[in-house]
Design a protein around this ligand. Structure first.
Ligand SMILES: Nc1nc2c(c(=O)[nH]1)N[C@H]1C(S)=C(S)[C@@H](COP(=O)(O)OP(=O)(O)OC[C@H]3O[C@@H](n4cnc5c(=O)[nH]c(N)nc54)[C@H](O)[C@@H]3O)O[C@H]1N2
Ligand SMILES: Nc1nc2c(c(=O)[nH]1)N[C@H]1C(S)=C(S)[C@@H](COP(=O)(O)OP(=O)(O)OC[C@H]3O[C@@H](n4cnc5c(=O)[nH]c(N)nc54)[C@H](O)[C@@H]3O)O[C@H]1N2
Ligand SMILES: [Mo]
Length: 758
């Protein structure tokens, strides 16, 4: 059972032959069903299906192969020829399966039929769809709706997502967290607070016109490889990329374009970054303050010399609020303090400031390195401060561009999957369905887990995901998780969360995006939204992995129909039969953004639903773009722990979140094991550690809980001091549930105070 992928030798840059050979040579490609490699040609193409990996834009004029190594892996993983039948699962008790590695569970293959947990034998057993829907509905009817949570992991299309949110509210709760609550919720709340928009302000064209890119806390080579093409084009035009990242990530150092045959033959990589600044975890607030300080110095000098100003004074005057307070804070903060908190030298911050000062147009890009911190929203605020100085939001070649995670996570929020009542289309629900939406806000992911621990959350439905594995504090969460009355999983593959059933539990197997979805009116389209707020149609053409599978949309319709009272306006059968009818509902609910949705989603490049901040309309409290006056210089919540070590948990090149494809972190040159901890050679020397020595990490958080992970092999890596790095989800037990972004409650998975034990 425990097969591992052949390690792929790799020494070259990100992309290039390594990535193409990498795909064909993987066990994943070899296990894929007939024609699966052919199917890849349809990936991210108009009239094709949209990749289920990352949320990067699908261009109007796609490349012949508009997919990357990891997008291909995601699709091939979905299209495996392996099948996980009820008898394969019933062969083991759930207690046995709970100890299997994440990789081995998913390697069983695609789920083929619904299964019900049989507590007496501690096994999942085959069941029928009718039994499952009736059984789940009976359980839901017994529970107080407020004690039930509907999670969504960010993959299901807009049609399924719209109905899922509607079902929750018809049933009677707003407990609708999604993976965003562990991911870019810091953006949804923090970016919204300062520019009035919860999503990125850039468009793809902006990358053709920017002079500099400030790139913080995101690893494109692994997590959004297709972004490397526009970055490479920008660099070739002379655009300067300034990276802030504790790790030297290969894709940001150099890149060979696998789409470019000439470059592949000659093999000369593009040097991607002009400056690579290895901040310490959470050091971005101070680092960006240092950059701003330099920009102001340069502006003063320009002013004194009668030269063109560096600041866009007219923009600051007309469009922003809070500039003077920020200026005062900068004046009162010394370079020494900034060096201390950022881990960078004054000279490095000055050099970055000079790049900014020489650029007419600047884009800011960021990912989890900013959002997953206790003061993550302040880091985003500081990046926006820097952009505002030069008027770099809302004009060509400029803007703020968070890189989203799951392929439709942004879209799920757009169409109503939100725990915040004020963001739900309450009036439209009333008008279209006669529905009175429950008034109080629902759970974020952290609040859901707190309620599970307290025993007040009794039911859980997961539309995708592997939530119990993806969340913090496993030691506290897992025992409580199994006490829930009801757990239901709409899923494609077996995972660790499924192996922690509540008292009643079902697994409902669904189609993947590349598979054909046939309903009463014929073959159906679904739709998704990318990081740039473009909406695309997606159509799968593959024969489903099993004749018993249902689509996510159909499962939600049947569950809702079985659970809710009959209502002539709640026409679940009609919605299930024709997803165009659901899109009409979406268009009627959000007419400004989604009018004529079915027609427009299939135009090349999809349709853009707009963004007020892109037009310099600021939907903030002051009606202007807000300068942030930071309350701290480092984004970590605890900075005075004994020894001062901070742990970053992140992804390898061989996983999609909790889906572990294999054990090769190719771009980092690490192979064979995920139970590792990286640290600087100088730190190893200081602590007297040698390569591959086994150590334990223990969280230093003063709440009396013992959080410890042992059996970690030390690996030397180019990192700042006081920084250790390891993999998610193996190290999630170390993240305290209460250690989260102050505004959005996004778990702070990047700056965990830890001690080393050996
Ligand atoms: N192949 C693949 N693609 C994926 C995913 C996957 O697992 N596999 N996951 C998807 C999802 S859901 C998401 S959210 C995205 C995640 O994509 P990323 O945002 O790239 O997430 P991480 O892998 O967690 O890497 C975070 C980066 O931030 C850096 N970092 C850590 N702490 C700090 C800090 O304090 N400051 C700065 N400046 N940098 C820091 C790390 O070194 C790392 O390079 O990718 C999506 N795409
Ligand atoms: N320590 C630490 N923790 C983290 C993070 C971190 O960086 N560090 N990152 C966080 C982030 S950014 C995120 S987004 C979360 C991710 O958390 P989740 O979204 O909950 O996790 P995934 O691993 O993406 O879920 C994988 C499972 O989804 C199911 N699945 C796959 N495809 C489909 C599909 O098409 N439909 C359906 N219905 N099911 C499907 C399969 O059963 C698979 O086992 O984890 C978070 N947790
Ligand atoms: Mo994510």
């Amino acid at each position: 059972m425990a097969e591992t992928v052949d390690p792929i030798e790799y020494e070259g840059p990100a992309g290039g032959w390594g990535s193409l050979k990498g795909i064909a040579r993987t066990e994943i490609a070899q296990k894929a069903g007939p024609g699966a490699l052919e199917t890849l040609k349809e990936q991210n193409k108009p009239a094709g299906y949209m990749c289920s990996s990352c949320a990067w834009v699908k261009p109007a004029e796609p490349h012949p192969f508009e997919f990357c190594e990891n997008g291909a892996k995601a699709t091939l993983w979905d299209l495996t020829s392996a099948r996980c039948r009820p008898e394969d699962v019933s062969a083991y008790t759930v207690s046995e399966l709970a100890d299997w590695p994440d990789h081995d569970l998913e390697m069983l293959g695609r789920l083929t039929e619904p299964m019900r947990y049989d507590a007496a034998s501690d096994r999942y057993v085959r069941t029928s769809w009718d039994e499952a829907f009736a059984g789940i509905a009976a359980e839901l009817q017994k529970l107080d709706p407020k004690s039930v949570t509907f999670y969504a992991s960010g993959k299901a299309g807009l049609e399924a997502s719209y109905l899922y949110a509607l079902f929750a509210r018809m049933y009677g709760h707003n407990n609708l967290p999604d993976s965003s609550n562990m991911c870019h919720e810091t953006t949804s709340v923090g970016l919204k607070k300062v520019v009035g928009s919860p999503v990125g302000t850039c468009q793809l064209e902006d990358f053709d016109h920017c002079d500099a890119i400030f790139y913080l806390g995101q690893n494109p080579g692994t997590n959004s490889p297709r972004i490397l093409h526009p970055l490479q084009q920008a660099v070739k035009r002379g655009c300067k990329i300034v990276v802030f990242n504790p790790l030297k990530e290969k894709g940001l150092v150099e890149f060979v374009n696998p789409q470019n045959p000439l470059q592949m033959t000659v093999g000369k990589p593009t040097q991607m970054s002009h400056l690579y600044l290895q901040v310490r975890p959470g050091g971005d607030i101070a680092a960006l303050m240092g950059v701003c300080k330099r920009v102001l110095e340069r502006d003063e000098a320009a002013k004194a010399a009668g030269e063109q100003r560096i600041l866009d004074c007219a923009f600051i005057e007309q469009h922003t609020h809070g500039f003077d307070a920020f200026l005062a804070k900068l004046g009162a903060t010394s370079w020494d303090e900034l060096e201390q908190a950022s881990g960078l030298t004054r000279a490095e911050m000055i050099e970055a400031g000079d790049v900014y000062a020489s650029a007419n147009t600047v884009i800011g890009i960021y990912g989890m390195g900013l959002t997953q911190h206790v003061h993550g929203s302040q880091s985003i605020g500081l990046l926006v401060n820097l952009l505002l100085l030069g008027g770099n939001i809302g004009r060509k070649g400029a803007g703020c561009s968070p890189i989203r995670g799951h392929s439709n996570v942004q879209g799920q929020r757009t169409v109503g999957i939100t725990e915040k009542t004020k963001l739900a289309p309450v009036e439209k629900y009333r008008e279209l369905f006669g529905l009175e939406t429950p008034e109080e806000d629902g759970h974020t992911t952290v609040e859901f887990l707190q309620a599970v621990i307290e025993g007040t959350n009794k039911g859980y439905i997961g539309l995708g995901g592997n939530l119990a594995r993806a969340v913090p504090d496993h030691g506290r969460v897992h025992p409580a998780w199994r006490q829930m009355e009801l757990t239901v999983h709409i899923a494609t593959k077996l995972n660790r969360t499924h192996c922690m059933p509540g008292k009643s539990s079902w697994i409902l197997p669904c189609l993947v995006r590349a598979e054909e979805d046939i309903q009463k009116t014929g073959s159906q389209w679904v739709s998704i939204e990318d990081s740039f707020s473009h909406i695309y149609g997606s159509k799968g053409k593959r024969k489903p992995a099993s004749g018993h599978l249902m689509s996510e949309t159909a499962i939600i319709c049947e569950l809702a129909k079985a659970t809710l009272p009959a209502n002539p306006r709640w026409t679940w059968d009609a919605w299930r039969a024709d997803y165009g009818v659901i899109r009409d509902l979406i268009a009627r609910t959000f007419p400004d953004e989604f009018h004529d949705m079915s027609a427009r989603m299939n135009q090349p490049g999809g349709f853009y639903r707009g963004n007020p901040a892109h037009e310099r309309i600021w939907k903030t409290e002051s009606g202007k773009a807000e300068f942030t006056d930071p309350t701290v210089l480092n984004a970590c919540g605890v900075t005075d722990n004994p020894g001062g070590m901070h742990l970053v948990t992140l992804r390898s090149n061989d996983q999609f979140n909790t889906t572990i494809y294999g054990y090769s972190d190719r771009l980092r040159g690490l192979e064979g094991s995920r139970m590792i901890v990286m640290m600087a050679p100088s730190e190893m020397e200081r602590l007297g550690l040698v390569e591959d020595q086994q150590i334990a990490l223990a969280t230093q958080y003063a709440d009396g809980v013992n959080r410890r992970v042992e059996g970690l092999a030390v690996k030397p890596y180019d990192l700042p001091e006081r920084t250790v790095v390891g993999y998610f989800p193996e190290l999630n037990a170390l993240v305290p549930l209460e250690y989260h972004d102050e505004l959005s409650k996004t778990p702070a998975s990047k700056g965990i105070p830890v001690g080393l034990e050996y």
